[in-house]
Design a protein around this ligand. Structure first.
Ligand SMILES: [Zn+2]
Length: 412
């Protein structure tokens, strides 16, 4: 009786397990089982050998690895001397190596393959005379074009589409000036074309480059196409009309922005407790957050005043200058050249400030203006003579993006 009830309990447990598993199964894609193929790599069929995979341990040397093998009288030192011109002098910790040994009872070492990185490898052939080779596995590039709707952040969405998350960093960089990714909503559409790297045509090695993309943002499709204005020059991204996506100015002096007070003619000053104009934009951030110069230029001032606290002013050209206040630390000197995005100081609350933030001030022709309201210049406008060449390169890419998007979004 007791036994029976235990059985029932066990059965119940089994059902519960199966049931709870089947509920979870929806989240995963189950890959179909394929019949096992012979493993071919580095030009060898591994089925022909007794194969031993290992990694370099601490204090391993080429000699020590050889000493662990049954070398049938051949001295490791002799092998090293023979391959010294085609084998590295030292092996690197944690890197893989493979011993291909005979399948007979002697398990004699026939080939040794050492892989310092995913592409290059060294091969020692001990089958006849002792020969060493340095080789590379062939790289292939495959184009992939995808379209989808945002579901969570861009990187989460791409992960869901089984795309290497490094692609989202590439996209964030390209669109840093034209799209505020925090404002994109669930369901916003996008399409991206990119190349993926494969080693030996089969081993996935990540996203190589971004070919083109579009994002739907505030009702517009914002395209990005790479283009070099000068042969072998810098690659910049442009929309379908040849307008540069990159601006002369970054949108903000901080990477992750939280605006606490905008430029205004009249606001109640939190420290002075009176109404006055606020000629800047306040971005709150923890003390120590890096502050970037929003455009390249020369540091015009770097110092301290009672109101501004530690501050830096950068002159960009004859028209524009920017200023950054309340720093906990200044990291540049007067007269220093700075490039867009360079860290020039750290967020603090020095001077008249209630908490850590950076007050960002913007001058155009000597007058303080609100950078969030004025039209800002592009970094490197397309030169007219380059436009026909750009359009010729852009058209087939755009057609590809649009046609993939059309198929994916059909009826959705
Ligand atoms: Zn301010």
């Amino acid at each position: 009786m007791r036994r029976a009830s235990l059985k029932i309990l066990g059965l119940f447990g089994l059902f519960w397990l199966l049931f709870s598993c089947s509920q979870k199964a929806e989240e995963y894609v189950i890959e179909p089982m394929e019949p096992r193929k012979p493993m071919v790599d580095f030009g060898f069929n591994f089925d022909d050998f007794n194969v031993h995979f290992d990694t370099i341990r601490s204090q391993d040397t080429f000699e020590r690895i050889l000493k662990k093998q049954n070398l049938n009288g051949r001295k490791p030192a002799e092998i090293i001397a023979k391959v010294k011109d085609s084998f590295p002098t030292s092996v690197r910790f944690m890197k893989p190596y493979i011993c291909l040994r005979s399948k007979d009872k002697y398990h004699k070492l026939q080939y040794l393959i050492y892989q310092p990185n995913k592409i290059d490898y060294y091969l020692v052939d001990l089958t006849d005379s002792i020969v060493g080779y340095k080789k590379s596995r062939p790289l292939t590039f495959k184009v992939r074009t995808i379209a989808g709707k945002l579901d969570g952040s861009l990187s989460t969405t791409l992960r869901g589409m089984k795309v290497d998350p490094s692609l989202s960093n590439k996209l964030l960089k390209v669109y840093a000036w034209s799209i505020d990714f925090f404002k994109l909503k669930k369901g916003d559409r996008f399409a991206v074309s990119f190349t993926e790297r494969y080693i030996n045509d089969t081993i996935y090695d990540g996203v190589d480059s971004l070919r083109c993309a579009f994002f739907e943002y505030k009702g517009d499709k914002i395209y990005a196409f790479p283009f070099q204005q000068e042969r072998k020059g810098r690659t910049d991204y442009y929309d379908e009309n040849g307008k540069a996506l990159k601006n002369f100015f970054l949108k903000a002096p901080l990477k992750y922005i939280h605006i606490t007070s905008r430029f205004s003619k009249s606001r109640f000053h939190p420290v002075q407790l009176r109404w006055k104009a606020h000629n800047g934009t306040d971005y709150a951030a923890p003390t120590g957050t890096p502050i970037m110069t929003t455009a390249s230029g020369v540091v015009e001032q770097a110092g301290y005043t009672a109101g501004n606290g530690n501050f830096v002013k950068v002159k960009h050209d004859r028209t524009y200058a920017t200023q950054y206040l309340h720093m906990s630390r200044i990291l540049v000197r007067r007269g220093q050249r700075v490039k867009q995005g360079d860290v020039i100081g750290k967020v603090g609350s020095t001077g008249l400030a209630t908490g850590p933030h950076v007050c960002y001030r913007f001058w155009k022709n000597g007058v303080q203006v609100d950078p969030l309201r004025i039209q800002l210049p592009n970094a490197q406008p397309m030169e007219g003579r380059n436009l026909p060449r750009f359009k010729e390169q852009m058209r087939p890419l755009k057609r590809e993006l649009d046609s993939v998007a059309q198929v994916v979004f059909k009826g959705r």
